[in-house]
Design a protein around this ligand. Structure first.
Ligand code: PGA
Ligand code: ZN
Length: 427
């Protein structure tokens, strides 16, 4: 039974305020959760409530969200059975009463939602992934590691936001992380050899000033080889251009490199060319969130060859996912808890994806914390792959470390997802 709910303002990995929630049960057990925050957010994401008080944290304070937890949500939930996750989440949705959680804030609501799940798992004396996923939750994911950052996550001249490596040819998660980190370190050497900067971006990848987006892929391929692995066979590539950020009057502007404008068809041709040239297994947000027609063209062109993930397009939202299913666009959905704002709604979206043969790709945000819920969630839903940064920065590594703990705990019950986790990877 919930005895107390207490929120406070803490900091995320960019030094911006975010919401932490602490739940105390009647037996004295305490559980916490901290909410992450994005930079290249989808228009249709649930609302992250910020104070907009210019005198504190450049307006980014979250004292209103904290108050909403302490003064409105807490009194409504105290006394409830903490294992009644759906009841808790839907009570908050009702209290908020808006379609996008703009009254109480998705950051307030998600903090309570995730702290509840952790609290329940503790009360039942179960690891979080097993509480959420049951006895069959044994599949460890391929870590898609964002080793090179561009777009809104770095101040270099690379337009595309994320270049990830997927070390899939491994016997287990622990080994796949080793392959990924060795490649990450090899990439540093390759960049230094070319007198390029090895400072890192928001998600822990390098952020060198490259001449083109292609060059990013070329450097990564060289790093894979330098680390002793075979591109495509051992380690493949995933790309998130975050192209909604490039969308400008019906075209895509390469806003950080040469300022060129491309039509949707030209973007599709560029990706087709990349998929032919490079061992790419996953493309996220290849088209902008308003460009449903472009998505249709893209899906018809390469949807049978690679995993096409909708992030800003779908916002972990069941209704948007249903639209994608009806229109037959993309074949996978990015899962970010704070895009929708409760655990229960996230799991509903995951279920709808599964019923329609869409993959789920679990994701951190560019503003993260030490909270490791997404590691457990990935195993719980058997997603088979997640993205949570590169080979450094503890707000990213904490998820990898938690997955290694889960793998050890499962022992010989653990399986590793491997290449087949990527949609149409064998086509
Ligand atoms: P964000 O970016 O967390 O800054 O929104 C991540 C992504 O686009 O996948
Ligand atoms: Zn994205």
């Amino acid at each position: 039974e919930i005895r107390n709910i207490q929120a406070q303002e803490v900091l995320d990995s960019r030094g911006n305020p975010t919401v932490e929630v602490e739940i105390t049960l009647s037996n004295g057990q305490i559980a916490r959760a901290i909410v992450p925050s994005g930079a290249s957010t989808g228009e249709k994401e649930a609302v992250e409530l910020r104070d907009n008080d210019p005198n504190r944290y450049e307006g980014k304070g979250v004292q209103m969200a904290v108050r909403n937890v302490n003064d409105i949500i807490a009194p409504a939930l105290i006394g409830m059975d903490v294992t009644r996750q759906r009841e808790i989440d839907y009570r908050m949705i009702e209290l908020d009463g808006t379609p996008n959680k703009s009254l109480l804030g998705a950051n307030a609501i998600l903090g309570v939602s995730l702290a509840s799940a952790r609290s329940a798992s503790q009360a039942l004396n179960m690891p979080l992934f097993q509480y959420l996923g049951g006895v069959n939750a044994c599949k460890l994911p391929v870590p898609c590691m964002n080793v090179l950052n561009g777009g809104r996550h770095a101040t270099n001249r690379v337009d595309f936001q994320e270049f990830m490596i997927a070390p899939h040819n491994a016997p287990n998660f622990q080994e796949s992380i080793r392959m990924g980190v060795e490649t990450f370190h090899a990439l540093k050497k390759v960049l230094l050899d070319h007198k390029l900067n090895t400072g890192i971006g928001d998600e822990g990848g390098y952020a060198p000033d490259l001449k083109s987006n292609e060059e990013a892929v070329e450097f990564i391929l060289r790093a894979i080889e330098k680390a002793g692995y075979i591109p495509g066979e051992d380690i493949s590539i995933c790309v998130d251009p975050a192209s909604s950020e490039m969308w400008e009057n019906g075209k895509y502007r390469f806003f950080k490199s040469d300022q060129s404008l491309k039509s949707s068809d030209q973007m599709v041709r560029l990706y087709e060319d990349w998929v032919k040239k490079y061992p790419i297994v996953l493309l996220e947000d290849g088209m902008g969130e308003e460009d449903w027609e472009g998505w249709d063209t893209l899906t018809k062109a390469i949807g049978n060859k690679v995993e096409l993930v909708g992030d800003d397009l779908l916002c972990t939202n069941k209704k948007l996912l249903q639209k994608a299913i009806d229109l037959n666009v993309c074949n996978s959905i990015l899962i970010k808890l704070n895009q929708i704002g409760t655990l229960s709604e996230t799991l509903e979206t995951v279920q709808l994806a599964g019923e329609n043969n869409y993959n789920c790709f679990v994701s951190h945000r560019s503003g993260e914390t030490e909270d490791t819920t997404i590691a457990d969630l990935t195993v719980a839903i058997g997603a088979g792959h997640l993205k949570t940064g590169s080979g450094c920065r503890s707000e990213r590594i904490s998820k990898f470390n938690q997955l290694m703990r889960i793998e050890r705990l499962l022992g010989n019950q653990a399986t590793f997802a491997g290449i087949n986790t990527f949609k149409n990877s064998n086509a």
